[in-house]
Ligand binder design. Sequence first.
Ligand code: RTP
Ligand code: MG
Length: 132
Amino acid sequence: MSRTFVMVKPDGVKRGLIGNIVAKFEGKGFELVQAKLMNVDVALAKQHYAEHVEKPFFGELVDFITSGKVFAMILEGPDAVQNARNIIGKTNPKEAQPGTIRGDYALTVESNIIHGSDSDESAAREIKLFFQ
Ligand code: RTP
Ligand code: MG
């Protein structure tokens, strides 16, 4: 068993998709270990997205994730990081398969509904950042 950090971004919360998204993970067999609806301030956003600080879209990333409430989750299951990313789908919804969260609910890479940790190390770091 391992854990991953997943977060419904402000676009997903505003569109009322939390329930559908949690159902997808639980339906697949994940256990929801902790969850909360919260605001991300600029300091937390910059820490969370530190790996992208050099990217041209970094400013937009920080603006977007701080633009409304997010729903942060810790999910537990076998190979949690990889299994969760399979359910989430490709970063760009244009390339995400139908049946994945981004494939079903998103149209653009800027508003792609959900975040999922990309490694066990990222998961540990992000769980600490969001859940102390
Ligand atoms: P995430 O971190 O949100 O789970 O997404 P990811 O691993 O699939 O993608 P990542 O490379 O970590 O990028 C983080 C977020 O940045 C936005 N992005 N915009 N404009 C662009 O070309 C671009 N590329 C990435 C996306 O919202 C992505 O989720
Ligand atoms: Mg990422």
